[in-house]
Structure formats: C-alpha cells, structure tokens
Design a protein around this ligand. Structure first.
Ligand code: NAP
Length: 318
C-alpha cells in the first residue's frame, strides 16, 4: 500500500487516539510507538480494526530501533509533547531534540510527509520554557527536513482531553475557582476531530505548508470557557481573580506534585492570548475550517459532572 503507511509517535494521547481512528477507517496502516505497551497497548489497539495497527514499544531516543521503523513508512506524525518537565524528560529533549531526530530520519528515508504538532502562540510567549523549546523544535525540523508540516493548535478539547474534563472535575469539587490574569486570556479551542480532519486532509490531498495555525470558530476568554462549563454542568461557583503574587506562590506549590495542576511556566504561558497571529496560514486558509462549536460538543459528554451523572436531567440553559 504505497503512500498509506504512517508512523505515529505519541499515538496513545488525546489527539493520537482520534487520529488512529480516522486514518485506519480510511485504509491507512499505522505503526504506533509507545513507551509502555502494557499500559497503553489496549488504548491504541482498540482504535482501529485488526490488521491496521502495529504497536511498537520503544524509548523514543532509541535511535537504532526508531531508524528501522522509518524504512517501511511514507508518513511520520509526531504527537509527543509534555506540559511540565520531570527529572526524566525535559522540554528540550521532548520538543527540540526528538523532533530534530525525526527530521533527520525523514530526510534519510525520503518520506512524503512529516507532520509535527507544535502549539499556538509560541512566538509571543518569550518567557515560557515550553514555548521556547517548541519554537526551537520547529527550527530544527525545517532546517533538517524542509518538507515538514508544522501544526500549531490552540487548546484541543474532546471527551478524553485534559482540559475541559479537568476543569469540570475541579469546578465540581471547589466552591471557589481561581482566575489568573482575571481570566482574560483568549483561546480559540479546536475540537480533536476537527484537528484530526486537518491532518487527514494534509496527508490524503498531499498538501505541503510549513506552518499552519489550527483553531476553532470561537474566540473565548478563560473566564467565558469556565462560565460555559459551569452552565453545562449546572453548578454555581465563585470565580475569584487571583493577584499574580498569589498565582506564582500557588504554582510554586502545585509544581511539587507529580501531576501539577499548574506550574510557574504554565502561568507565564497563560499571560499571552492563544489566538491566530495573522502571520501564518490557518486551517481555514487551506480550506479546512473547524466545524465543531465548543458548547455543543462539550454538552455531549459533560453529563458525568452533573448531579445524577448519567441519570441527570438535561438542564442546560442556552
Ligand atoms: N492537547 C492540547 O490542547 C494541545 C494544544 C497545543 C498543542 N498540543 C500538542 O499536540 C501534541 C499531542 O497532544 P495530546 O494532547 O494528544 O498529548 P497527550 O495526550 O499528552 O499525549 C502525548 C503522548 O506523548 C507521549 N509522551 C508523553 N511524554 C513522553 C515522554 N517523556 N517520552 C516519550 N513520549 C512521551 C505519550 O505516549 P506514550 O505514553 O504512549 O509513550 C502520550 O500519549 C503534543 O505535542 C502537544 O504539545 C496539544
């Protein structure tokens, strides 16, 4: 099946799972690399029909092993990313060095496409280590494999995200919800299925574009997002603007946890609006505007956070 073999890194994540479903349904064969097949194997292999998915367990920096995988594919998609650093994985390793390795291997093996997931707003967020490492990664990719397509999504949501679902859990439990920067940071949330459609179209229609900003149809402040979620789960909460000093103090405390709610770096990132820059093409410019609307989509899965869970009465005011 020439041109239909995809190698995916980070395929067990939120976007990866949607992508595997989309690609395998459309007759693409995917090889998914994961660090731990025992933890992630069942998540990956249930996303497509038997025969369409190969799972390979590997450290992403095991060059010899990764190299051999490139010999039988035409397309590589990199979805590996982290939001906070750990002793074992730094932003530099994950967002800069690893993409650079992928670009070199893509060039050596003459790949048709290398698609890399970066993030929106990284040019502006000059004091965020996350943003700096993503930007460096983009430079490495374009230097080593100029055919790379870089997608810069705003925040991505779906039923299995770490964004709306985490917020709804917190809003359920906390009587008071803190708002950093008065909740005025703007986002253009894009649904995972819209993002995956963009990736699919780029591959199937053989589109080459260096950087594409991927956004949904609505621009919402963080406060508006929280208010929409509260309305959807039918809860009233006090939204409390937090002075930056306390914000920094709480981030210092939270980042001591293994899965921090917020880190100092994320707080710095939150200072910048996460909206289209006007400097690059967007998904609409290349012909694939987002179809999903935030509130309509979240309404489909928010019931588990309402009183009564799956038995809750529909009570969403428009
Ligand atoms: N979700 C968003 O809102 C959003 C917004 C902008 C940009 N992005 C970017 O889009 C990409 C995919 O996002 P996502 O939300 O699908 O991510 P995700 O759910 O967090 O999944 C990322 C995947 O990366 C792999 N991974 C994580 N840490 C790793 C490490 N230290 N070493 C090797 N592999 C590691 C994991 O695969 P295994 O555990 O199977 O190895 C994981 O499934 C990322 O690059 C992210 O930065 C996401």
């Amino acid at each position: 099946m020439k041109g239909k073999n995809c190698l995916i890194f980070g395929g067990s994540g939120q976007i990866g799972r949607h992508l595997i479903r989309k690609l395998t349904k459309n007759d693409y064969k995917v090889t998914v690399v994961t660090r731990n097949i025992h933890q992630k194997g069942h998540i990956i292999k249930t996303q497509g029909n038997a025969g369409y998915i190969d799972i390979v367990e590997s450290n992403i920096f095991n060059e010899a092993k990764i190299k051999s995988l490139f010999e039988r594919v035409d397309i590589c998609i990199n979805l590996v990313g982290i939001l906070y650093e750990k002793k074992t994985s730094s932003f530099k390793n994950i967002h800069t060095i690893f993409p650079s390795l992928l670009a070199k291997l893509s060039k050596q093996n003459n790949l048709r496409h290398l698609i890399h997931l970066s993030a929106l707003g990284i040019n502006e967020a000059i004091d965020s280590d996350y943003a700096k490492s993503k930007l460096e990664g983009e430079k490495e990719l374009l230097k080593n494999f100029p055919l790379t397509t870089i997608l810069r999504p705003s925040v991505v949501y779906s039923t299995d995200d770490n964004f709306t679902t985490n917020f709804m859990t917190l809003l359920n439990r906390l009587p008071v919800f803190p708002l950093y920067y008065n909740g005025q940071t703007k986002f253009m949330p894009i649904h995972s299925s819209d993002l995956v459609d963009i990736i699919y179209n780029i591959i199937s229609k053989n589109i080459n574009s260096h950087i594409i900003e991927c956004v949904g149809n609505e621009t919402l402040t963080l406060k508006e997002i929280i208010e929409k979620l509260l309305n959807l789960i039918d809860k009233r909460r006090i939204l409390l603007p937090v002075p930056l000093f306390f914000g920094k103090l709480s981030a210092k405390f939270f980042q001591l946890f293994p899965k921090p709610l917020i880190t100092e770096d994320q707080l710095r990132l939150l200072k910048y609006n996460n909206v289209v820059s006007g400097k690059y093409k967007t998904n609409s410019d290349i012909g694939f505007p987002a179809k999903c609307l935030f509130e309509k989509e979240v309404e489909k899965y928010c019931y588990m956070w309402r009183e009564g869970g799956q038995f809750s009465k529909k009570n969403v005011s428009k």
